[in-house]
Design a binder for this molecule. Structure first.
Ligand code: PLP
Ligand code: TYF
Length: 396
């Protein structure tokens, strides 16, 4: 049977990890895969996470199943983090949380829910988007279409986006990045979110908000502006949340599928279906990451430590954005690349062509995705001049 199986190339982004490791260039710089790095290039375990884990190790009493919706303490903590502790949506008991294996697991739950409970509905994703979005909805058998997001001059194409949303058939699902758009780094302003809300309401679309970088843009609450606006002004919203980046628990697979319905009654109906979707995929989610997050968020002192660490990470990224534009000044390129300081999150669409990206890798050992996406967190004060000079060389 297997003799007919074709070999296919691996994930282009994850493949950069291997390629980078093999490169003997001592000056090499990894701007590839989207994990946070500190000033020394490490992705350390956060202090609040270490402390929570040591408490768990001491106090954990069982490894029995936690149920298809996961740990209710985790679910409640994530609902408050995402929607705000004072959210009218929570007060009205309109929101349900299902713990999932990462944001990816939540996206698969969303996709399977759409396929089984909203038959015939398609999903619209930004062009470009995280490549895994395409794979997940394809695998679930949901028809996928694209709306414009970045134009040929490497700018946010909001008019194109809005125009496309106005054409989407009633009831279709539209996937929006809450903040820190992956791959572009271009986010919507508050006015633009308001316009999106109006179109979604008029066209009776169902928003699915992917929230993988809460706290990496402008702050925990500021980054939640879009999802909260939609949740408070629409009857139905789906949100996929991830703790991978903001708690640095990538490999623990810690995410959440949030379903918001018109009232408590409909929310319970939706919730009962979501349990089936989870059960048919993996039965119960992994417990450890959720337990860590719940331990932190339910302890004010520990939560304060975590928020401080997250602020440090965000400030480092936003500082590097500004410093990188400065580093390009000696080459007269600061105005051309000024947008890098305006983009948010770990990623920047640099506007570099695949050929320029290839030259950066081959001549300078600088690795980024061929789309021109750079992980800003891979920069450091020591390599800024080197990277700036390399970019000046390949664009020059
Ligand atoms: N959505 C986006 C836009 C992402 O960039 C990621 C990052 O990997 C995810 C979802 C899923 O993250 P994870 O499954 O690691 O929680
Ligand atoms: O976009 C990124 O780099 C992160 C990490 O299949 C990632 O979201 C990349 C590819 C992938 C899974 C995670």
């Amino acid at each position: 049977m297997f003799e007919q199986i074709e070999r296919v190339p691996g994930d282009a982004i994850l493949g950069l990890i291997e390629a980078f490791k093999k490169d003997p260039n001592p000056q090499k710089v990894d701007l590839g895969v989207g994990v946070y790095r500190d000033a020394h290039g490490n992705t350390p375990v956060m202090r609040a996470v270490k402390e929570a884990e040591s408490r768990l190790l001491k106090n954990e009493t069982t490894k029995s199943y936690i149920g298809s919706h996961g740990d209710p303490r985790y679910g409640q903590a994530v609902l408050e983090l995402v929607l705000g502790a004072q959210s009218p949506v929570l007060a009205a008991n309109r929101a349900s949380a299902t713990q999932s294996p990462g944001g990816t697991g939540a996206l698969r739950l969303a996709a399977d829910f759409i396929k089984s409970q909203l038959p015939g509905k398609g999903i619209w994703v930004s062009d470009p988007t995280w490549p895994n979005h395409l794979g997940i909805f394809h695998a679930a058998g949901v028809e996928l279409k694209k709306y414009p997001y970045v134009d040929a001059d490497n700018r946010l194409d909001f008019d194109g986006m809005l125009g496309a949303l106005q054409q989407i058939p009633e009831g279709d699902v539209v996937l929006l990045h809450a903040c820190c758009h992956n791959p572009s780094g271009f986010d919507l302003s508050r006015e633009q979110w308001q316009r999106v809300l109006e179109v979604v309401r008029e066209r009776r679309l169902l928003p699915l908000v992917d929230f993988a970088y809460q706290g990496f843009g402008d702050g925990l609450d500021a980054d939640a502006y879009g999802p909260r606006l939609l949740a408070e002004n629409l009857d139905e919203v789906m949100i996929t949340s991830s703790c991978s980046k903001n708690f640095g628990v990538y490999r623990e697979r810690t995410g959440c599928m949030i379903m918001i319905a018109r009232d408590s009654e409909q929310m319970e109906n939706v919730r009962s279906q979501m349990a089936i979707v989870a059960r048919e995929n993996y039965s119960n989610p992994p417990a450890h990451g959720g337990a860590v997050v719940a331990e932190i968020l339910h302890d004010e002192a520990l939560a304060t430590v975590w928020r401080e660490e997250l602020t440090e990470m965000r400030d480092r990224i936003n500082g590097l954005r500004r410093d990188f534009v400065e580093a390009l000044k000696p080459y007269g390129l600061d105005e051309r690349f000024a947008f890098i300081a305006e983009q948010r999150g770990m990623f920047s669409y640099t506007g570099l062509s695949p050929a320029q990206v290839d030259r950066l890798r081959d001549e300078f050992g600088i690795y980024m995705v061929r789309s021109g996406r750079a992980n800003v967190a891979g920069l450091a004060q020591e390599n800024l001049p080197y990277v700036a000079k390399a970019i000046a060389t390949v664009v020059g």
